[in-house]
Design a protein around this ligand. Structure first.
Ligand code: C2E
Ligand code: CA
Ligand code: CA
Ligand code: CA
Length: 278
């Protein structure tokens, strides 16, 4: 009846308002945080199985809001992309991470995530060049992690951007490998240096559901294509043993360390690589 329809409409409307308003407030907070550079970068070690030492760190953004508390990048990165904030935010992380890496011993590398929106923005290559110049970090110590979604959007432009990044000496990694579309043809067409095997495969590595054969195939593929293979999300000794047996080059996960603030890196490096400091 009329009454029912109006009743449910009235009930629905304020809820929509509340959701919209919450979203607006989130956007306001995020804009303010970007303007104030109110973020931190944490670093997670990447462990080389051949050398048996840490060979680099992945930079991961952290937002700790005074009222909201810790907000996951899974939550705020997509909003930053929508609002066009990912470009300044991404450039900030890049600069921060390069600066931090100059303090590490033994030429340890730094891996920085590049979002699809940032990747296709006109300024990425310039931003990378500027960050390397300003910090004096050697280009080969910088790895840029890119997901397949980047490649789907505009394959032509992607090839040019990847080549320009490589001209600066930077390495490029395919992140979250196996979770997108057409991974295999992308490996053939684009000059990646590294394949990061998504943590969903590592999680099921010991599940006896065939996952280990997929992982074996990806590691073999990486070796044939002369790409480094890195397994993400390694949490158990059993997973590590399997990856080692399959000849995976590098591993990353809570088994070694969670992402930590920069101040904790000297201890972490001393623990895994010996007491030698820069
Ligand atoms: P990602 O690039 O795949 O990063 C790996 C994520 O897995 C990180 O989550 C890391 O903390 C988490 N992780 C590491 N080891 C383990 C493990 O052993 N077990 C489990 N369960 N998780 C593990 P985080 O830091 O929450 O980041 C989530 C995603 O947000 C990243 O996924 C990346 O896509 C995005 N992100 C983070 N920082 C940045 C950034 O600076 N720029 C861009 N564009 N994206 C970022
Ligand atoms: Ca990554
Ligand atoms: Ca990943
Ligand atoms: Ca991921």
């Amino acid at each position: 009846s009329k009454v029912d329809a109006r009743g449910s409409f009235r009930f629905f409307e304020p809820e929509m308002d509340a959701r919209l308003q919450a979203r607006r407030l989130f956007e306001v907070d995020l804009r303010e945080a970007v303007a104030n550079e109110d973020f931190e970068v944490h670093y997670q070690p990447i462990y080389c199985l051949n050398a048996e030492r840490i060979c680099g760190f992945e930079a991961l953004l952290r937002w700790n809001h005074p009222v909201r508390g810790r907000v996951s990048p899974v939550e705020f990165i997509p909003v930053a992309e929508e609002l066009g904030l990912i470009v300044p935010l991404g450039e900030w992380v890049l600069r921060r991470a390069c600066e931090e890496a100059t303090r590490w011993p033994d030429g340890l590398k730094v891996a920085v995530n590049v979002s699809a929106v940032q990747f296709t923005s006109a300024s990425l290559v310039t931003a990378v060049r500027d960050a390397l110049q300003a910090t004096n970090l050697a280009g080969h110590r910088l790895e840029l992690e890119i997901t397949e979604s980047v490649l789907v959007a505009n394959p032509g432009a992607t090839t040019a951007i990847l080549h320009n990044l490589k001209m600066l000496g930077a390495r490029v990694s395919m992140d979250d490998f196996g979770t997108g579309y057409s991974s295999l043809s992308y490996l053939r067409s684009f000059p990646f240096d590294k394949i990061k095997i998504d943590q969903s495969f590592v999680r099921d590595l010991c599940a006896e559901d065939g996952t280990e054969f997929i992982v074996r195939a990806v590691i073999g593929l990486g070796a044939s294509l002369r790409m480094t293979t890195t397994a993400e999300g390694v949490e158990t000794e059993a997973q590590l043993a399997k990856l080692r047996a399959e000849g995976c080059d590098e591993v990353q996960g809570y088994l070694f360390s969670r992402p930590v603030p920069a101040a904790e890196l000297p201890d972490l490096i001393a623990h895994w690589n010996g007491a030698k400091r820069a």
